[in-house]
Design a protein around this ligand. Structure first.
Ligand code: GUN
Length: 288
């Protein structure tokens, strides 16, 4: 068997077309232009690429974007004062502070300072708590993009054995939480991590395997069962080019479907950020 490709690059284009219509309507009927501020502190090369891609997507869709690049020696106080200004700027509906932040800035303090109603990353504890309770909130973009990939490829999650490898706050914990909710997931979810005794014994049971560990080719063909659907969140830069956390060549021989790297989860993260920004503009504009 050779797996079907789950092309996030194509699916994200569809969602962008849907969003373009919605954004044009917002402008025409309500005179609202969604606005996103992206904040980049320091010069992490990967972060520059991600922030650049987010800015480009805003331009393409007609979202107002403000990009703020700060030097690596910016103090936490300066960053908090910028966030305060953005919280009070009516043109801005979404605030994204690119992670990781340089050493010396406390990430928790920064994420807590963002107005939860502008937290389009879904990282503020108010939104994390609401997600846990299954209440409406901003859902974090990468996990939400994964759910959208599963939905739009008609992958059944109801009753499925889902194994998540990795327990980060950005991907592993939230995707596990979203898939365990009765509404929208209803899966049986296992989270594996560095303390897991026998990783392969878990991954081999997965109907849906989601991998976000930041280690190139950590999951190999012998660790999965025939017919599994594989979502590879990893983006690792090797000399030979980009590769995921899954050994694509050996796993694709057994999988029913698999996301490529690049062109899988990455483009979905960006489009879900755009979707959250539009949602926020509607809420701030009193439309929903
Ligand atoms: N760094 C890696 N992924 C993300 C993300 O989704 N949002 C932000 N703000 N930083 C990140």
């Amino acid at each position: 068997m050779s797996a079907e490709l789950i092309k996030g690059s194509e699916i994200s284009k569809q969602i962008k077309e849907e969003l373009k219509v919605e954004i044009a309507n917002l402008k025409e009927k309500h005179n609202i232009i969604p606005g996103l501020a992206t904040v980049l502190v320091g010069d992490n090369e990967a972060s520059k690429v991600y922030v650049g891609a987010k800015e480009k997507a805003c331009k393409e869709l007609g979202i107002y974007s403000e990009r703020i690049d700060l030097p690596g020696n910016t103090s936490e106080t300066e960053l908090l004062s910028l966030i305060d200004k953005l919280n009070n700027n009516p043109k801005i509906h979404g605030i994204l502070v690119q992670l990781p932040l340089p050493k010396g800035i406390n990430e928790t303090n920064v994420l807590y300072a963002i107005d939860p109603s502008k937290d389009v990353d879904g990282f503020h504890p108010v939104n994390v708590g609401k997600m846990m309770l299954g209440e409406p909130c901003f859902l974090p973009c990468t996990p939400n993009g994964i759910l959208e990939l599963l939905r739009r490829t008609n992958t059944e999650t109801n009753g499925a054995d889902v194994v998540v490898v990795g327990r980060s706050n950005i991907v592993g914990k939230p995707i596990a939480n979203m898939l365990v909710q009765k509404k929208g997931g209803n899966a049986t979810v296992t989270i594996c991590h560095t303390g897991t005794k026998d990783l392969a014994s878990h991954t081999r049971r997965a109907d849906i395997l989601i991998v976000a560990v930041g280690k190139p080719k950590a999951i190999t063909g012998d660790m999965v069962k025939e017919g599994v659907v594989v979502i590879d969140v990893g983006v690792n830069r090797l000399e030979s080019g980009l590769c995921g956390d899954v050994d694509f060549d050996s796993v694709k021989e057994k999988a029913k479907a698999i996301t490529p790297v690049p062109g899988g989860v990455g483009p979905m993260t960006i489009v879900m950020l755009m979707k959250n920004t539009v949602q926020s503009a509607k809420m701030h504009g009193g439309i929903i």
